[in-house]
Each structure stands twice: as structure tokens, then as C-alpha cells.
Design a binder for this molecule. Sequence first.
Ligand SMILES: Nc1ncnc2c1ncn2[C@@H]1O[C@H](COP(=O)(O)OP(=O)(O)OP(=O)(O)O)[C@@H](O)[C@H]1O
Length: 530
Amino acid sequence: MLHLRYISAPQNSKLQAQKSFLSPAINPSFHSQRQERCTWVSDKRSFLSSITAKSASVEAGASTISTGTAETDVLKALSQIIDPDFGTDIVSCGFVKDLHIDEALGEVSFRLELTTPACPIKDMFEEKANEVVAMLPWVKNVNVTMSAQPARPIFAGQLPVGLQTISNIVAVSSCKGGVGKSTVAVNLAYTLADMGARVGIFDADVYGPSLPTMVSPENRILEMNPEKRTIIPTEYLGVKLVSFGFAGQGRAIMRGPMVSGVINQLLTTTEWGELDYLVIDMPPGTGDIQLTLCQVVPLTAAVIVTTPQKLAFIDVAKGVRMFSKLKVPCVAVVENMCHFDADGKRYYPFGRGSGSQVVQQFGIPHLFDLPIRPALSASGDSGMPEVVADPQGEVAKTFRTLEFVLCNSVPRFANKAIRVKVPDSDEEFLLHPATVRRNDRSAQSVDEWTGEQKLQYADVPEDIEPEEIRPMGNYAVSITWPDGFSQIAPYDQLQTMERLVDVPQPTPAQVVKAQSPISPNFVESQAWLM
Ligand SMILES: Nc1ncnc2c1ncn2[C@@H]1O[C@H](COP(=O)(O)OP(=O)(O)OP(=O)(O)O)[C@@H](O)[C@H]1O
């Protein structure tokens, strides 16, 4: 079942991290001879798909006509529900908001605010929340509403205004044309939208834009805001759309640098508004145009589309390497047109195995097969994505699983991170400061005798920053936190914590901006090297 997949391979590090947070004290070796260093870095990139448990998780003040016991009952009941992604209960995660209790009438209402509106298990959360609260003996009526946290800006202050309110930017890429990249991009975008996310599609293919054929917006020409000199996206079924094909120019005859300029202008001057996901339909290939695009935009994740031919493997490998160099995680490979069924048999007209070879060789966690389906082609040509035309069909099911994988594989990026360096082993990784603080195993955080966790998840603000990090011999670092707490963090323990994904190096323009007084941390961070 889907639920099982949710905690599959890509989540291992998270689960391990949570285990170390929740379980009794681990036994780090205090005699490690490694010389490791911690650096405090901050690149202004906000956490994607993360939670903010800044304050007490429930707005207790909002409760009405309730006794403390009733409220405790409700919270206790809700704390049985564990978010498999964070390994923590939904109360500690800060998801429960606006709790209202009328004990006399037996009425309870609250809102569950999730990290993303496209949360694949939101229905499960809603159902479970209803169920556990309804089981309380005095409860007669439960009213649960679902909502999502607002989009979080990425590289806030360092990106063009139009991109500042986009939470996740996902590249759908292929190394050759005609393999079905646009088909995947469009159907993925509409699946995300169907899950309740605010979505945009940017068709970055200037030479052969496919988006205008695949969707049918009423307004087929992009409008300009003459005052702000910005582009207003057109829209179809709630998804915002920008394509050169909507610029009234048709296909372009342009040289590379000019193309890059046009793509960047279209992308960065668009008023996207708040988006949970921007899906970029990349131009095919791995040349300068693609590279420039990836450098301008802080990509959250990439999905690679390929066909099963052996030859395609070489091209796909190029794509994976490009994203890997840019430190963009490839979360899935879609092997399109892999087979078709006829006369009760399955045919593989392009051979088999190149997708699984990519997955094995590059450690990409998920492979999806998309068969050749006349309906997919027809829906592409008719301007209505297949997942919209046939939401219960096989294709829609595949895309729901891809959406599920994407939402759960979107890594937690380094916003402000502690860089742990292991000079003798080349090992270097980033940790979120709040994770480090939450994993403190001292007597102040964990009961020495029972192993019971005293420091609760929500006790540590998500945006906590260390004041000072000092090495202690070669086995640990001492971290001073703003509340005065001095944490001794052994390197062995740091190694078990959930790691953040490093982000692409900033472009010179970003560094220059980061040196302004508005965002000093970027540069300051480089000085934390020990
Ligand atoms: N699985 C499939 N079954 C049938 N037709 C498909 C399938 N996938 C894609 N197609 C069709 O193949 C054609 C090419 O697909 P698409 O435009 O998505 O490819 P692309 O890689 O984006 O191409 P380009 O690089 O030229 O933009 C389209 O007509 C599309 O409808």
C-alpha cells in the first residue's frame, strides 16, 4: 500500500534521525580519533517540505468552554497520530491549530495545518484525527478542517521578486526531444494541483513549446503589467502557465545565449504569486541553456524522463550528472513508452532495462513505467491532460504515485546549516541547527535513568541558530545556543542525525546581494569554519 512506500528508501536518514531523537541515549564513542570541524552556513534557502513548530503547537487560548482536562484528552488522543515523514506525532509537529472545545455539548473542532497542501496522506490524517477524538467518551461531534502552511520563499531576498514566493521548483528533464517530457511535466503538475497544491508550469522550451497544445487556457496570450514590467501567467483549471508559445511569437529562431536570456526573462519577471510547486518543463538536452537555467533557479528536485532504448541510457546519465553537479537531487526516472498491450500480450518495442540501469547506477530511488497509450497522446493533442480527462485511470494512478514520491522525497534543504567536516575521511555534511539541538542527549534533555525524552520537539524553535561552536578535543563540539544552553555534541552522534541537502553554489549576483545589510548571513557564514 502507498503508506508503506511513504517510509521507503529515501526516508531512511530521516527515520534514523528521528530514532536518535526519540530513543534512549545512544552510546557514542568518545574516543574517536577523527578530526572534524563544524561550520555554520546560511544560504538563505528556506526549508522545503519542513515543519515549523515554532511555538506551542496548539492555540490553547482559542479553546472555549473547556476544562484543561478536556483539552489534554483531545491532544493526547491526537498525539497518537504519527507523521511518518517526521517520525513525530502531529501535536508535537505543531499541526493542530484553532482547537475549540465545548465540553457540555461534546463538540470539538480544530484545524490540521500540514506542511504542503499536496500531502499525500492528508486524507489519512483527517480520518484518523476524527476517529481518535470521536473515541473520547464525552465527545459527540468532531469537526476537522485541513489547511497547509503558506508557501515558503526560497533564497528570499536574493531571487527575483516573482520567484520569492515559490516553495518548490521541480525540473522535468530529458536529454532527447520527443520522449514525453512535456507529457510528464503537465500531468505531474495537474496531479499536484488535484491534491490541493498551488501549481505553476513553466515551459522552458523556446524552440518547440508544447504547453499551448497540451492545455486549453481561455487566454492564450500572456499579459504584461506595463507599470511593473512583469508578466502575468495565463491559467487553465487553476494551474498558472507560462510558455514562449503564449508570447505570440510561435517558435523562435534564436541562438543559445539569446534563448537563455528569453527563458530567464520569462521565468524571473513572471508574477507567479504564492506557489507550492513550480514545474519546469526543461528544454531537452544538457547544454548551456539547461545549465544556465538550473543556475538561475534554485531547483528543489528533478524528474528525468527517458525511453527504454539502450542508447537513451547514455543521454540520461549525462542529465543525472548535470543535476548531481548542481546538487539537485533526481528523485525519479520515468521510463516512458515502455510497453503496450495487445492481443492479451505485452510488447516492449524499444527493449527493456535502461531505466532500471539508471536507477541502479546512480542510486535514483524511484523508477516509473509509463506505457504507450493512445489516450495519452490524444489527451496531449486535445488540450486536456490525461489525469484531468480520466482521473481514475491507470495513468492518473501512476502520476499520483509519482506525486507521492515527489512530495516525500523533496529534501530538506540547507537554509541555515551546521557544516560538519571530517577531514580524514572526506566526509562532509550539513545539519539543521534545530535538529542538532533537538537531538541533545544530555541530562537536561533526556532523563538519565529512564531514557525518557524531556526536551520536546516543539520546545526548540525551527529557526534556532547557534551562537558559537567550539571544538572539544577531537571527539565533540561545544555549541552555545541563544538560551544560554551549552550542548556537547559528539561527532559520532552528529553523524546519526538527519542530514540536509547541500544547495548549488550561489551565482555571483546572489553573493553580491547577500553582502547587502539585508542578508548578511550568507557571507558571515563562511567565517564559521573551525
Ligand atoms: N506514453 C505515451 N503514449 C502515447 N503517446 C505519448 C506517450 N508519451 C508521450 N506521447 C506523445 O508523444 C509526443 C511527444 O511527447 P512530448 O511532447 O511530451 O515529448 P517531449 O519530450 O516533451 O518532446 P519535446 O522535447 O519535443 O518537447 C506527444 O504527441 C505525446 O502526446
